[in-house]
Design a protein around this ligand. Sequence first.
Ligand SMILES: Nc1ncnc2c1ncn2[C@@H]1O[C@H](COP(=O)(O)OP(=O)(O)OP(=O)(O)O)[C@@H](O)[C@H]1O
Ligand SMILES: [Mg+2]
Length: 293
Amino acid sequence: MWAGGSGDEAGGMNTSATHTDAHPSPNPAPRLAIQAIGLYKTYGKGDAQVRPLDDLSLDIEAERFTAIMGPSGSGKSTLLNMLAGLDTPDSGEVFIGRTAISRLGDRKLTALRRDRIGFVFQSFNLVPAMSAEENILLPLQLSGQKTDGRIFDRMVDLLGLRERLGHRPHELSGGQQQRVAVARALVAQPDVLVADEPTGNLDSNSGEEVLNILRASVDELGQTVVMVTHDPRAASRADRVVLLADGRLAGELAHPDPESVSTALMNVTASTARPAAASAPAAAHAPTDGGAR
Ligand SMILES: Nc1ncnc2c1ncn2[C@@H]1O[C@H](COP(=O)(O)OP(=O)(O)OP(=O)(O)O)[C@@H](O)[C@H]1O
Ligand SMILES: [Mg+2]
């Protein structure tokens, strides 16, 4: 039922001739949900100029869980925003499915975000006056889509929210609120779910629950998930960890575990550390992050 994408381009966005279905190979190339090519982004001018993205290219495979890590200020959120069509690069291109976002006007970009991307943020972003159920269904209502009761029920059960549907956000724990936010992001069956530090405000048990759900959405529903995190344990739940430093790709791990992620993150952080710049912000964001020291 759930094919991990409802868009018209769910068949993949690869334009390369090697990615056709006509000649299946023993190791077929992965279907890509998002492709970022040569992204540059600059803020400010002169001495105050920062370049959070500096010729960054990245493929996000469909139906996989990708984690993005890197020191504070390395460009993770900037990249995630570009991958989700929330922001546009100064140059370079992002394909969401087969759609090149630079060619879309504001209205089409808004519609693409609404219809094809699910968002989860560190701060939950629920509507305080609405119940959990109303919050979950809000994006569908805003886009005029009908609620698929089976998907709603499956989501609510998967996320363990059945008993909480009538509760407002202030009546829920942080972990429950974030699960409502994940349900809200998933119920519209987005092509891609992006999450920026979704466990950053949660204790380790609640964070674990949210990670279990993200993992299950990939394994059981075929969802594509891209998550920024500072926590090597969280990142190790992903299929692949991508490391950023100074707006560039600084490495990746295909089979991450907490130790290998911690080591890789330490190496990247050490290699990019600048006097009086790198250590304090990184530590401030990583209270449970053994690898960011
Ligand atoms: N709107 C903006 N205006 C000016 N500078 C910005 C803006 N957004 C980001 N930056 C700068 O770009 C750089 C990268 O920011 P970004 O938020 O992508 O980092 P990050 O890796 O997500 O960091 P953190 O781990 O602290 O969340 C930083 O130096 C930041 O100050
Ligand atoms: Mg960030």
